[in-house]
Design a protein around this ligand. Structure first.
Ligand SMILES: *[C@@H]1O[C@H](CO)[C@@H](O)[C@H](O)[C@H]1NC(C)=O
Ligand SMILES: *[C@@H]1O[C@H](CO)[C@@H](O)[C@H](O)[C@H]1NC(C)=O
Ligand SMILES: *[C@@H]1O[C@H](CO)[C@@H](O)[C@H](O)[C@H]1NC(C)=O
Ligand SMILES: *[C@@H]1O[C@H](CO)[C@@H](O)[C@H](O)[C@H]1NC(C)=O
Ligand SMILES: *[C@@H]1O[C@H](CO)[C@@H](O)[C@H](O)[C@H]1NC(C)=O
Ligand SMILES: *[C@@H]1O[C@H](CO)[C@@H](O)[C@H](O)[C@H]1NC(C)=O
Length: 609
């Protein structure tokens, strides 16, 4: 096949939606550790073994981050030959990489069963889970599903020091690709909202060949952060990898709103809501400026077709919410209604959306509230979200009307949902985001009492230095959630959210409000708990703090002792409430601690104790 006919072939191949694709793009499936491949190979695991069966040379892109920043460390992590790794990147074998460089990692890729993989091993460290190891340590170059499959250990009982087998995602060229001159495939981890053409340009390859290699098509080529795509290369890549400056031609101005079909988790239709101008310099991609669009809807309309964002008519909203009637009111300027067959929530706000929607790229996660669309009318803007039937956590705890309020499991699961949302926000969006306003009013519960984080009006990139006003006066309640370094010096980091999470956890444990009335004075819940923790023989006092709703009675009538569970939960929140931000846990440590507590709480011994 000559070049021309191959291009034609690819053209038709992409037309019939990837049926002849080299590999299928996983999309957000890999964000979930819950896939099966019983019905045939799934891109949620690894790339399918569909080319030559004999091993081939392949490449991965790794972004150095401590403790994996040197040739020695990266080659150890990936079981790559250090001298080869140094040669390919044109550095010495003792080199330590700058944080913004993309390191080329040469590996040997081979079929194992139905998938290609490059084997390496990893030693379990404290707080590791299959999910965090694959997505965080390995930067999505492997998947949680495939790591779980390759290792016999219970996902919740990974012992420190255990050696895990890690299959890295790689692939060998198919016959068709070889004919076209592709000799190597490079596995590239997508950052944030990069597009196929930006990535292809930066590797100086045709975007059609990338589209084809990944089973994408012109129409369906939305990429997601924390997933990988294959880059077909004619010759070995050579470092240091200087990717061309794509910001001049590709910079986006104004607003970009899109919906990605809800493929992962609970199949929610999700929206990306993004208002920004981006300086996408390779050396500097973390420092981004945010600028607000002049005319939101003009921006929206522009993206309606590609991203299936729903732009609602005002009439529709009026009809659905019965003219914004009090019966349909859910909270301050939030109404519910049935819109195009779905129960949704409509939020009305003034034109100044800068506070409300200062949001994220591809925030697309089960535990973050999904936005469906927008409508503009008069001077107001209406945003349409998924409906959370059980309202906010604060009210739910206050009303105590749900039977599930008595269950520790339910409360632990709510805490886990919030922690998972934060884990995603802090680690898997690029740049990392800080919500800045985590509190029990911004955590919403759906019909099944699954929790989602809402209200991103204060969310911001974690990398930009704060230049706001630190003398803002907060109400006592707002203060109750704010980390000391934020209150005093306006310092923002993901640890600010962790602090607030610690307070929410205390609300879940005690069922009390953040501001307590004590002898006529107002005391913060967190201060009270910390004070008791510092006392001697504090067990009775701690037990008294726990929500009386959570007491469990044995069928024989006595009250079941839950001291152990209570203490573990309180200790976890105390670990989030440390004054020194660096001593607070990270979101992934919170998730893994909660998973362990949850597992123990589900044990029959616990229930029958
Ligand atoms: C891609 O998906 C299609 C449809 O599910 C399937 O027929 C094909 O075998 C898959 N290709 C690979 C390489 O897995
Ligand atoms: C990474 O390399 C440094 C020396 O360059 C070493 O001190 C450190 O222990 C290594 N980290 C790991 C995780 O191997
Ligand atoms: C490799 O590095 C050396 C020394 O740093 C430099 O002279 C040479 O041009 C580099 N080669 C490439 C291909 O960048
Ligand atoms: C990688 O590990 C798997 C599972 O242990 C094994 O079946 C396969 O042969 C290994 N591949 C190579 C190239 O060593
Ligand atoms: C990239 O392009 C932008 C916009 O044209 C320019 O300001 C910047 O200096 C360029 N950066 C590099 C490294 O060339
Ligand atoms: C995992 O998958 C099972 C069935 O495939 C489903 O019942 C369950 O709800 C899923 N869990 C999550 C968290 O998506």
């Amino acid at each position: 096949m000559n070049h021309f006919s191959f291009n034609l072939f690819m053209f038709f191949a992409t037309l019939i939606s990837g049926a002849y694709a080299q590999q299928n793009y996983s999309g957000p499936l890999v964000w979930d550790c819950n896939n099966t491949d019983e019905a045939g190979p799934s891109p949620a695991f690894l790339y399918t073994c569909n080319g030559e069966r004999k091993p081939c040379r392949a490449f991965l892109i790794f972004r150095p981050q401590p403790p994996y920043a040197s040739v020695a460390n990266i080659s150890m992590l990936t079981s790559s030959d250090p001298s080869e790794l140094a040669r390919v990147n044109n550095v010495s074998i003792f080199a330590v990489f700058k944080p913004n460089i993309e390191v080329i990692v040469p590996v040997t890729c081979a079929c194992s069963g139905q998938y290609y993989q490059a084997n390496t091993s990893y030693t379990v460290a404290p707080f590791d889970t299959y999910y965090t190891v694959s997505t965080y340590n390995y930067q999505s170059l492997t998947t949680c599903d495939s790591v779980t499959r390759q290792n016999p250990y219970n996902a919740l009982e990974l012992k420190i020091g255990t050696k895990l087998l890690i299959p890295l995602r790689c692939a060998c060229p198919t016959k068709e690709q070889k004919v076209d001159g592709t000799n190597f495939l490079l596995t590239y981890g997508v950052i944030g909202d990069e597009t196929v053409s930006q990535i292809s340009d930066s590797f100086k390859v045709k975007s059609t060949s990338v589209t084809y290699a990944n089973g994408l098509s012109e129409e369906a080529s939305v990429l997601y952060g924390a997933t990988t795509i294959l880059i077909p290369l004619q010759k070995e890549p050579a470092g240091p990898l200087t990717r061309i400056n794509s910001s001049s031609s590709k910079s986006k101005k104004g607003v970009f709103i899109g919906i990605a079909g809800g493929i992962s988790f609970a199949a929610f239709c999700l929206v990306l809501f993004l208002c920004y101008t981006r300086k996408h310099e390779v050396d500097d991609y973390k420092k981004q400026r945010w600028e607000l669009p002049r005319d939101l809807l003009a921006g929206v309309a522009h993206h309606v077709d590609q991203n299936c964002l729903k732009v609602f008519d005002f009439d529709e909203l009026e009809e659905a919410t019965e003219n914004f009637s009090p019966e349909n009111k859910l909270g301050t300027s939030v109404y519910h209604g049935v819109l195009r067959g779905k129960m949704l929530a409509v939020k009305r706000m003034s034109r100044d959306i800068s506070r409300e929607v200062h949001i994220l790229k591809r925030i697309n996660h089960f535990n973050l509230i999904a936005l469906y669309g927008a409508c503009e009318h008069g001077n107001m803007l209406y945003l349409v979200y998924e409906l959370m039937e059980n309202g906010c956590l604060k009210e739910w705890l206050r009303k105590k009307s749900s039977p599930k309020i008595h269950s520790w499991n339910c409360r632990i699961s709510i805490a886990l949902d919030v922690a998972n949302g934060l884990l995603y926000l802090h680690n898997f969006t690029s740049p990392a985001y800080v919500h800045k306003d985590i509190n029990s009013s911004n955590i919403l519960l759906n019909r099944d009492l699954r929790a989602k984080i809402a209200n991103f009006s204060l969310a911001r990139s974690a990398d930009i230095g704060e230049n706001g006003n630190s003398s803002i006066k907060f109400s006592m309640e707002t203060k109750g959630y704010k980390a000391p370094e934020y209150l005093e010096a306006n310092k923002v980091s993901p640890k600010v959210d962790i602090y607030a999470f610690g307070v929410v956890l205390l609300e879940l444990i005690t069922g009390r409000e953040v501001v307590l009335k004590q002898d006529g004075e107002e005391v913060l819940l967190s201060e009270k708990v910390l004070a008791i923790m510092n006392e001697k023989d504090n067990e009775t006092k701690l037990q008294e703090l726990v929500d009386p709703c959570l007491q469990m009675k044995h069928p024989l009538g006595y009250i079941i002792d839950q001291t152990d569970l209570t203490l573990r939960m309180i200790n976890l929140s105390v670990a989030c409430l440390q004054v020194e931000p660096s001593r607070r846990l990270t979101a992934s440590e919170v998730v893994s601690t909660l998973l362990k507590i949850q597992m123990d709480a589900l044990r029959p011994e616990f229930l029958s104790m």
